[in-house]
Design a binder for this molecule. Structure first.
Ligand code: NAI
Ligand code: MG
Length: 354
């Protein structure tokens, strides 16, 4: 089986960490005769924008369509407004390819990584399923009286029945499959249209899943519980913006952005899915060779899972776990002294022994 992967390394540390993820895939290819990967690189991102006035080629989406998967580093660059780099590349791909499921594991791989001193690896292990196609990221808005004292800015959240039902159903299926509880995170008390609707759909769809134990929290309370009692979460489903925010909180309790991954999935496989670390281009450390590649490598594990190579996906995750036990082999964000490429090389050595 060959998996055709479009690489968009992007800006800053994006290209530094993607190179290490590719190393890992190539090592797997060399060990498994039945599996191979082809890579095609696209130079899109902010530097491309500064040269061409756009984040990707005009036929970019058309070009990406034929691939099985997209492996993305990060975009963002001082001098290019963040809303342009985000909307014209990342969000454009998520929307055009209907990648409506964002899978973000919040999993503590080593107790030393969490600032929550009393919590163990068993306590912090849940999967956030973020709605990835609409909601607060609908993009509908208006600017009135710009620059005047009367200035007002409006931005609408759009929650369709189709969009809400499909993400909630996906989450119920995942909870049933993995025999875990399902928690919905919303805010029905304050957002008295969109989130009341969300809560209703959560309850309605739930009728088809009497075997799944459910909980429903307001997002503010859920943020508190994630710190005080993360053990109560197993599978979590939430809206686009809330999912974005609570998964950074999730990164905070599991070792930081250098270890957080996210898969943007089109479950029907009608379009390519996209795999990426959660972090951005980190201009503060870009070019220094100290970015942690483990988040990007975890994305590789998610990619392998998605294509039915769960055995390899688990081996990659196990290898991340073992490398974390050895501070010498880690980048400075995890108190080590190694460079990005050294971590990748050492990772491949460990992988070969698994
Ligand atoms: P960021 O994730 O780039 O960096 C936040 C902090 O975490 C920085 O101190 C950085 O050094 C550190 N960090 C992040 N990843 C790391 C890694 N792998 N190893 C070690 N340290 C790491 O977020 P920030 O600073 O808010 O945004 C920078 C740029 O990235 C902006 O232009 C933003 O729009 C963009 N961005 C892009 C994303 C994407 O392409 N998916 C996601 C988030 C931000
Ligand atoms: Mg984010």
């Amino acid at each position: 089986k060959t998996i055709n992967i479009a690489l968009i390394p992007g800006d800053g540390i994006g290209s530094e960490v993607v190179a290490e993820g590719v190393k890992v895939l190539q090592a797997i290819e060399a060990m498994d005769d039945s599996l191979s990967f082809s890579f095609t690189e696209f130079p899109w991102g902010c530097e491309y924008y500064l040269e061409h006035g756009k984040m990707m080629a005009d036929d970019g989406i058309e070009k990406l369509k034929s691939f099985d998967a997209i492996y993305l580093g990060a975009v963002g660059y001082p001098g290019v407004p963040d809303h342009i780099s985000l909307w014209d590349l990342l969000l454009r791909i998520r929307k055009e390819f209907d990648q409506y499921v964002n899978l973000r594991p919040v999993k503590l791989l080593n107790q030393s990584l969490t600032p929550l001193k009393s919590k163990t690896e068993e306590d912090i292990d849940f999967l956030v399923i973020r709605e990835n196609s609409e909601g607060e990221y609908a993009g509908a808005g208006d600017w009135l009286f710009k620059g005047k004292p009367e200035e007002v800015v409006l931005q609408t959240g759009v929650f369709s029945r189709k969009g809400t039902e499909r993400i909630i159903r996906y989450a119920y299926e995942e909870a049933r499959r993995s025999k875990r509880t399902l928690t919905s995170i919303s805010k029905g008390n304050a957002l008295n249209y969109s989130m009341v609707f969300w809560d209703e759909v959560f309850e309605e769809v739930g009728k088809e899943y009497p075997d799944v134990e459910t909980y429903s929290y307001l997002v503010d309370a859920a943020s508190l519980y994630m710190v005080s009692d993360p053990g109560r979460f197993e599978v979590v489903v939430t809206s686009n913006l809330f999912g974005d925010i609570i998964t950074d909180l999730g990164a905070g309790i599991t070792g930081g952005l250098g270890l957080a991954t996210g898969a943007n999935v089109n479950p029907e496989k009608e379009f390519p899915s996209m795999f990426e670390p959660v972090h951005g281009s980190a201009p503060d450390i870009a070019g220094k060779g100290v970015a942690n590649p483990l988040a990007a490598i975890w994305s590789v594990s998610q990619l392998l899972d998605f294509f039915g190579e769960e055995k390899w996906g688990a081996v990659v995750l196990e290898t991340i776990k073992s490398i974390i036990g050895d501070t010498e082999r880690l980048t400075p964000d995890l108190k080590g002294k190694a460079s990005t490429a050294e971590v990748g090389d050492w990772f491949v050595e460990l992988l070969k022994k698994k």
